[in-house]
Write a protein that binds this ligand. Structure first.
Ligand code: RIB
Length: 292
């Protein structure tokens, strides 16, 4: 049976501009291309997992504007259950993304994502409770993330917390999660006021082209990333989280699930856009068969 995964998180429309150079403050440049592409860390993780064959429910909010309707339709087409996504009055979340010089910079305006309140999450209790895994990130109010995680824990649902964009997190939240997936910068912030030992066994640090690190029985395990021709890294971390959740919920070991997530992330970077670049289960299996 397909693993049941619930994602509580953000849904954005990404406004993506490709440019050869990053403009300096006050400078105007001519860019190469502009596209609107479905995004948001929550929705990205939901789509990544759905494309890998999981039974995925999304809990979140979009606005009652054109972007909101378009994003709902898109999520449905990708096989994500949107019956727990509310369409609220006002604007949908947006992310203005500049893809340039082999990297990207992003400004998120949360808008409707602010409406994912603890009360709304409580109303979606049954969806969370009936899952194998809960995936959360930090583009919705922190109290709502805490609420979702508490519901998961009360019901024996495993939790993956992707602490992005990073903010100060309580001990309670960290202790209730099973896996925490920061990048190196997020890890540094996470460890500012605490000892790494308190959360070490939950941490999987994603390091882009340098692979990832996790700990098993206090031993550091390093996995390399796959080498691919990178077009756009937007959503690579989200692809990894979706892949990790699917791998773990299918009974893979942590190491196997991390390798699987790495393959999903690598493939996602070969195309432009967050959700547009995400691979299917078959594409990932074929890639792993060839690349190990
Ligand atoms: O992780 C990538 C995502 O971050 C983008 O899709 C954008 O919407 C921002 O939320």
């Amino acid at each position: 049976m397909a693993p049941k995964i619930t994602v509580v998180g953000s849904i954005n429309m990404d406004l993506v501009t490709l440019s050869e150079k990053v403009p300096k403050m006050g400078e105007t440049l001519l860019g190469q291309e502009f596209r609107t592409i479905p995004g948001g860390k929550g929705a990205n993780q939901a789509v990544a997992a759905a494309k890998l064959g999981a039974d995925v429910r999304m809990v979140g909010c979009v606005g009652d504007d054109v972007f909101g309707t378009e994003l709902l339709e898109h999520l449905k087409k990708q096989g994500v259950d949107v019956s727990h996504v509310d369409q609220v009055s006002g604007s949908t979340g947006t992310a203005t993304i500049l893809v340039s010089e082999g990297d990207n910079s992003i400004i998120v305006v949360p808008a409707a994502n602010h409406s994912v309140t603890p009360l709304l999450v409580e109303k979606k209790r049954d969806a969370i409770a009936g899952s194998d895994f809960l995936l959360v990130q930090l583009e919705i109010p922190l109290e709502s993330v805490q609420k979702a995680v508490s519901i998961a824990k009360e019901n024996g649902v495993k939790v993956i917390l992707n602490p992005a964009p990073i903010e100060e997190l309580s001990e309670e939240l960290l202790q209730q999660t099973d896996y925490i997936t920061p990048n190196e910068h997020e890890l540094e912030r996470l460890l500012q006021d605490r000892d790494q030992a308190s959360i070490q066994d939950k941490i999987i640090v994603t390091k882009g082209s340098d692979g990832l690190t996790f700990y098993q029985n206090n031993e550091e395990v390093n996995l390399p990333s796959y080498s691919v021709e990178v077009k756009d890294t937007t959503g690579a971390g989200d692809s990894f989280n979706g892949g990790l959740a699917v791998g773990l919920s299918q009974g893979m070991s942590l190491q196997e699930a991390c390798r699987y997530g790495n393959a999903v992330a690598a493939l996602s970077t070969t195309k432009l856009g967050a959700q547009t670049g995400m691979p299917t289960k078959e594409e990932v299996e074929q890639f792993i068969a060839v690349n190990g």
